[in-house]
Design a protein around this ligand. Sequence first.
Ligand code: SAM
Length: 205
Amino acid sequence: MAETSSPERDYLPGMGKHYLLPFYDLVHQVSALARVHAEMVELARPQPGQRVLDVGCGTGNLLRATAKRHRDVELSGVDPDLKMLARAERKLRRRARLDRGYAQELGFPGATFDVVFSSLMLHHLDTTSKDEMLAEVRRVLKPGGVLVLADIVHHHRGPMKEHLHDNVGDSVRKRIEAAGFTVEPTRVRRLRMFGTTGVEVARVH
Ligand SMILES: C[S@@+](CC[C@H](N)C(=O)[O-])C[C@H]1O[C@@H](n2cnc3c(N)ncnc32)[C@H](O)[C@@H]1O
């Protein structure tokens, strides 16, 4: 596992607290997040030989769902949390390249990926970092590439509440548009525990 960017940043862990990490995959099951992940893979439609990056890949569930449907794509994941990455590595068994890194500073050359995923990560970032992340995603996507991003789009009382005020309603879609993407209408889904979640499909030209 390599460092792709500066290791000094603070970050909010998967469930807001490091000690809750062992329960992350239970939350994944209870929330039925797998259904949203399956939809994200379907929407991205990676083609044979294409490169796919999951930003904030956590324990690797979305990468694993992609690997099951598409044996012939190159998979990468980035997350700052070494314990999440260790779990992802156990599930993916070298099927994906996993790096410790931050969404705000992706350690890849420009125009590297055909598809970028991000699932329930954006609300871990403050407003400035959200814009930095989207600029980075745009940089690492090839022309014609697609970002498929899911995130909470309602007020929430949890530990990330300060980062959710600028996610509410169509704010995420507008933020992605402002970063230079062409964005499809938001697909609204309801997840147990996470609540109302928007799935965005955004392209760079
Ligand atoms: C709610 S979990 C979602 C994990 C996974 N994407 C999924 O759908 O199951 C949020 C993830 O974002 C990661 N994260 C937090 N801050 C981040 C940052 N600055 N850059 C990249 N990932 C970050 C956390 O470590 C955690 O793994």
